[in-house]
Design a protein around this ligand. Structure first.
Ligand code: AMP
Length: 591
């Protein structure tokens, strides 16, 4: 296949607004291409060469791309830079300069898709002291034979600026439309959720159809999207929703880890699919020695422990384990893992079993002790029993409880948030609502003491349906001096010249950011807002939902990707859980 066919499809997708139309453009294309090439095609649609959990990134520094464009176009770098500053988009620059050049070139070779994948792979893998030159050479080599549109997407891919709107959910829709029936869509999504590999799902369905998709199960070494909990505002409601009887576990305040214990060693993944093995080598080792069931996948919460008293320490302590430089940290920050689920054991996928059977398999599969513990659990049959268990969780320095359904249908639902698990935290007793994990999409310069630096942030929730980040508040409270001083370091990598395509906002900050950083925020109330865009028109025509008196808790949720921020749907449900004395519209912001 010629790469131009893919670039033309990107171009059509980009100029299309509606998701249905995008899906059918993609589906047509998927049907036409060789199934062998489909895997790489869907990775590239997302600007990648590998599944999400693959550690290497294709990022090429802007400076190098600029040089490659200048070299290919035979123009001074300063001219290219001028145009880049004007448009803010390397893709547009390449399109206007490289395309023209190509028309004048006599000797050019076909730019096949295969050649592009090989070139990008070489860019990704370039190492050593001349790695920058190698990258520039590879990119100009590809651009030399590229037409205008092809060059546009090459530059966007290598600089991580692919935004044709090809979110995973749209790709899954298109795969269903191309190779299966509408009712097969949930099974296709399940295959994605248990493998986290959209390329694998695409190749499997194109080659083997739905039978092959249904045969996909969890696999040691390939992370599974985590199951998530709903929330309710009181223990009584939790117990009632569970039908009067459920398991309750302590909700530990640490870092969630999915451990893959394989023949060749143990790998730990975060809920963002990052590899955490080097952060918790002691946990990996203990799990290996205490596991008595061959290969296994388990989940647990890693919590920091006071070295002398053995008490659990707050979340902030265990985050020291996330440092890049781990020298001395393993010794200085002792941890334990509290295991709460088992997804695979002894060659069997356990995700389809009900919770009590998975819990039993977990208890039987490990010799519990030392750093490897089970979460404290009790079967609860009344709200009073639930309240007592909750109090004991708080006394043990946990943040609340996780109620878990005992019903036959209480399977492990990879990647889904539902009422099979319900969380209840002590925060709920203090504020009207739970905490929110919100993505930073903009910043406002401060005044007075904060003059010259960022003083407040524009925060957004995520809508998985549309793939958009929608604003909910301007956050200016809860920042200490160290956080204020560190804000540029934390945020500036994501600086964007203009409002990012994935952000829906009416409020205009002084600077925009691509959503990458997630902060935990508590608030007093969710209100209708004329300015914020979350759930616009859902509760009331012309109004969105905003959160009032937001305050940063001090916790940067670097364990969550922006797409794992609190969803717009959750905010709508939390709004529904509040009592509404009036439906007046507030500005939704800290005054
Ligand atoms: P939240 O991050 O507030 O949505 O709460 C869900 C998180 O609680 C999970 O992702 C786990 O990291 C954590 N957690 C702590 N204890 C448990 C438990 N016993 N069962 C499940 N998740 C737990």
């Amino acid at each position: 296949m010629l790469y131009s066919e893919l670039a033309d499809t990107f171009d059509r997708l980009e100029s299309t607004g509606g998701r249905l139309e995008m899906t059918s453009i993609m589906a047509d294309f998927f049907r036409r291409v060789d199934p062998k090439e489909l895997r790489n095609i869907v990775y590239l649609m997302q600007g990648k060469l590998h599944p999400d959990f693959y550690p290497q990134e294709l990022g090429m520094a802007d400076k190098l791309v600029l040089k490659a464009i200048a070299f290919t176009a035979g123009m001074p770098e300063s001219k290219v830079e001028e145009l880049w500053v004007k448009t803010g988009d390397p893709g547009e620059v390449a399109e206007s300069l490289i395309g023209k050049k190509k028309q004048m070139t006599l000797f050019s070779e076909d730019l096949t898709f295969d050649r592009v994948v090989k070139g990008l792979t070489a860019i990704e893998g370039a190492e050593g002291k001349d790695s920058q030159d190698k990258k520039i050479k590879q990119l100009s080599n590809l651009m030399h034979d590229a037409g205008p549109v092809e060059a546009r997407y090459l530059c966007r891919i290598v600089t991580g600026r692919m935004r044709v709107g090809a979110g995973a959910m749209t790709i899954l829709d298109a795969l269903a439309e191309a190779f299966a029936a509408k009712e097969d869509r949930p099974a296709i999504e399940r295959a994605f959720n248990v493998t986290c590999d959209i390329g694998l799902v695409a190749e499997t369905i194109a080659e083997g159809g739905m039978d092959a998709i249904r045969a996909i199960g969890v696999k040691v070494g390939s992370p599974v999207k985590v199951m998530l909990a709903e929330r309710l505002p009181s223990i009584a409601e939790v117990v009632a929703k569970m039908g009067g009887r459920c398991a309750m576990e302590y909700k530990y305040d640490g870092i969630r880890v999915q451990a893959h214990i394989g023949k060749d060693g143990v790998k730990l993944f975060s809920r963002r699919l990052e590899d955490l093995t080097s952060n918790f080598p002691d946990i990996a080792q203990s799990l290996r020695t205490r596991c008595g069931c061959g290969e296994a996948i388990i989940e647990g919460e890693c919590v920091a422990i006071h070295p002398e008293t053995g008490f659990m320490l707050p979340f902030q302590t265990v985050t020291h384990r996330r440092r890049k430089d781990m020298k001395d940290v393993v010794r200085d920050v002792p941890v334990r893992i509290f295991m709460f689920d088992m997804l695979f054991a002894d060659g069997k996928d356990l995700t389809g079993l009900p919770y009590p059977e998975r819990r039993k398999a977990l208890e039987d599969g490990f010799s519990i002790g030392g750093m490897v513990q089970m979460t404290t659990m009790k079967v609860v049959e009344s709200p009073e029993e639930g309240e007592r268990f909750f109090s004991s969780a708080i006394a043990a320095r946990c943040e609340g409880i996780m109620a878990k359904s005992l019903a036959p249908e209480s399977v492990y639902r990879a990647g889904s948030r539902g009422f099979l698990w319900i969380k209840y935290k002590k925060d709920y007793q203090q504020a009207l609502t739970d905490s929110f994990d919100l993505a930073v999409v903009g910043a406002f310069y401060g005044m007075g003491k904060r003059a010259g630096r960022y003083g407040a942030l524009l925060m957004a929730a995520f809508d998985p349906e549309t793939g958009m980040f929608e604003t909910v508040c301007k956050l200016g409270t809860g920042f200490d001096d160290a956080f204020l001083a560190g804000m540029p370091d934390l945020l500036d990598d994501g600086l964007s010249e203009s409002k990012p395509a994935s952000v829906e906002a009416e409020m205009v900050p002084d600077v925009w950011f691509e959503p990458t950083v997630v902060l935990e925020v508590v608030a007093a109330e969710i209100t209708l807002s004329p300015i914020h865009t979350a759930a616009r028109d859902v509760i009331k025509e012309g109004a969105g939902l905003g959160i009032r008196f937001p305050r940063f808790t001090g916790r940067v949720r670097d364990d969550k990707s922006p797409e794992q921020a609190t969803s717009v749907d959750e905010i709508v449900r939390m709004y529904g859980m509040q009592s509404h004395d009036s439906d007046g519209i507030s500005d939704g912001d800290d005054p």
